[in-house]
Design a protein around this ligand. Structure first.
Ligand code: CP
Length: 641
């Protein structure tokens, strides 16, 4: 049985097959291709196009439609679970089409249904059938998808249509330019997947290339060609900065894909700010003369009705194509009811905790959080996160987060995850002996005890740390062009504490405290937030033309810094970014060089370097320690003996 929950559920050949079927929609209609079949539509969120075009498609295929006219009038309001609803409705219908406001809710229902389930939009995650309509329309207009450059514009954070679309464009070899409204950039998990699965890298686009579309933020170019790597750029390296700015200038834009602000997914009070718009000035720009304008609709005021009359406005064609494309999709799925195979990426093996307690998704809108009873806690396990981190990818909502603690099921020992354990962990995973915990409390509640480590050697004491922070602050002040433009940004958690100390030193040296903030990689909330001033009414951090000092406690592989830079890049265009670290361990996988270093401590992968700060440790003084890990396997042997 085949479901369509993500665009990843279809191969490129299958998408082409669906488009061929859509071309012959008249024949599907004459043949009554779905006679005697019933489709159930369950829309927990409002819809005009998706619902009506699915229902129209089923009628045209000769089938019948059953539906809850309003899910608020269904037993969902009595508290019926998604799992039970799916079980029951799938005994009344041959295919189910579901829209839901929770990320991953449709996947949860598909796991309990015994008929094909189609995702008609789940939370801010994906809307794969909209993407089929978009690709079909774009292909009709431009002939080929490979090599096209498509600008996706507006609310890229919450717009699920955009998430499915960028994955599909990447798979068909198109280039993507993101032009996000301020604070509504593509989520990190989407960019991470584009990089990991399709080799897409990210670079800035020259800012005057996109005049004609009003926006506060800069555009970013996503391409498989890797014209240049994301780099740390400094005012000292002005040539590099200018090369980055000009390298992707002069692009030919084939399509603008505009989206509305998804107010229904935003917290109250966060819906303000300027938003890109397309209107008459866009139409007059010579460089956009062959650029088609697309929109999944409904539109609000980001797309002027002036564009409706222009041959380049093709969004009503997109909506009209909803019927032949969805007729084709229904025919495709109903033909494959007995097929077991699931396309491409989704055959990967998943991690499921062998213990009663285990990791939880950090996305508060994920169905595993909102309705855990209808789900199973399964994750993709991904190596190579920032600083060599091990990442978990929730299979329902695709959000990624860092593994905190790992345990060995047989010896009942646990420790904080570290890159030094990568090989050991792979072995445990193969034998189904890997436990992952979000906290020490969880591990200890299950009777796990901590692993032993080797003896610790102090390599920096309290005075040395204080002197290093002071010296780095002096250098920062000496080298900055305009102290009023300084922004000290720490990488959470220890980088944030050090950033605050540096900001404090700078305040002492020039009697004015610079603005300070923090970046959180793979956290549950905002990726970037202000620390100082901590005034609730202060506007969001603005990176434009700022001299940013990025601060972390330790640099090793350089991947943590790369991830932080990627967040900076898509949040604004600073004048310069310089890096300050307390410890440089000396090994690097990514070409990043810190500008300010407290101490160089060359160390191997088998060693751990830990910065202990009183803000985090409470009962301890500041110090930096180095120690070797005792292999968990050795500890296990000892435990068994
Ligand atoms: N494009 C789209 O999904 O429209 P509806 O919300 O009206 O279904």
């Amino acid at each position: 049985m085949r479901n369509l929950l993500s665009i990843a559920d279809l191969t490129n050949d299958e998408i082409d097959e669906i488009f061929d079927l859509a071309d012959g929609a008249d024949k599907l209609r004459t043949d009554k291709s779905a006679a005697d079949q019933i489709m159930a539509t369950l829309f927990y969120e409002p819809s005009t196009r998706t619902r009506l075009s699915f229902e129209s498609s089923m009628h045209r295929l000769g089938g019948a439609v059953i539906s809850c006219s309003d899910m608020k009038a269904s037993s969902a309001v009595k508290g019926e679970s998604l799992a039970d609803t799916a079980r029951v409705v799938s005994s009344y219908a041959d295919v189910m089409v579901v829209r839901h406001y929770w990320d991953g809710a449709v996947q949860a229902m598909a796991e309990h249904a015994n008929v094909p389930v189609v995702n008609a939009g789940d939370g801010s995650r994906e809307h794969p059938t909209q993407t089929l309509c978009d690709l079909y329309t774009l292909k009709k207009e431009k002939g080929e998808l490979r090599g096209l450059t498509v600008v996706v514009c507006g609310d890229l954070k919450n717009g699920r249509t955009v998430h499915s679309l960028v994955f599909a464009l990447a798979r068909f070899g198109a280039h993507v330019v993101t032009l996000a409204a301020n604070g509504m950039e593509l989520p990190h998990y989407v960019l991470e997947r584009l990089e990991r699965e399709y080799g897409y890298s990210l670079a800035p686009v020259a800012s005057d290339d996109l005049s004609g579309v009003v926006t506060e933020t800069d555009a970013l170019y996503l391409t498989p060609k890797q014209p240049h790597q994301l780099a740390l750029f400094t005012q000292v390296d002005a040539a590099m900065q200018s090369r980055l700015n000009t390298m992707v200038s002069g692009l030919r834009y084939d399509a603008f894909y505009m989206t509305r602000k998804q107010k229904e997914r935003m917290k109250e009070g966060t819906t303000g700010g300027t938003y890109p718009t397309i209107g008459p000035s866009f139409l007059k720009e010579h460089r956009f003369k062959d650029t088609v304008v697309m929109h999944p609709l409904p539109r609000v005021d980001e797309l002027s009705p002036e564009v409706d009359k222009d041959r380049r406005g093709i969004y009503f064609k997109q909506a009209a194509n909803g019927v032949p494309v969805r007729m084709a999709l229904l025919k495709f799925l109903l033909n494959r009811r007995e097929t077991k195979r699931i396309a491409g990426k989704r055959t990967a093996s998943f991690y499921e905790s062998p213990e009663r307690l285990g990791p939880k998704c950090t996305n508060p809108n994920c169905v595993t959080v909102t309705e855990p009873a209808s789900t199973r806690r399964r994750f993709e396990l991904l190596s190579g996160g920032p600083g060599g981190a091990l990442l978990l990818g929730c299979i329902y909502c695709n959000h990624r987060f860092k593994v905190q603690f790992v345990g060995h099921v047989k010896s009942k020992r646990y420790c904080a995850y570290d890159i030094a354990l990568a090989d050991t962990i792979r072995g445990w995973l193969k034998k189904d002996e890997l436990a992952i915990f979000d906290s020490i409390k969880e591990a200890e509640e299950l009777g796990y005890e901590p692993y032993k480590s080797g003896p610790q050697r102090t390599v920096m004491d309290e005075q040395e740390i204080q002197a290093a922070v002071r010296e780095m602050s002096r250098q920062i002040l000496r080298e900055c062009q305009d102290p009023d433009r300084l922004l000290i940004l720490g990488i959470r958690t220890k980088g944030s504490y050090l950033a605050q100390r540096i900001a404090g030193e700078l305040a002492a040296q020039r009697r004015q405290k610079p603005e300070a903030g923090e970046i959180e990689l793979y956290g549950a909330g905002d990726e970037m937030r202000r620390i100082f001033p901590d005034d609730e009414d202060a506007p969001a951090l603005n990176l434009k033309d700022r001299e940013i000092i990025l601060v972390d406690d330790v640099i090793y592989t350089g991947r943590t810094v790369k991830s932080a830079l990627s967040i900076l890049f898509r949040s604004g265009r600073p004048q310069s970014v310089r890096l300050a670290v307390l410890i440089d361990r000396g090994h690097r996988e990514v070409p990043v060089k810190p500008d300010y270093v407290g101490k160089h401590i060359p160390s191997s992968e088998k060693e751990r370097v830990r910065v202990k700060l009183r803000e985090a440790e409470h009962d301890e003084k500041d110090k930096v320690v180095i120690y070797s890990m005792i292999s968990p396997a050795e500890t296990q042997a000892e435990t068994i003996a």
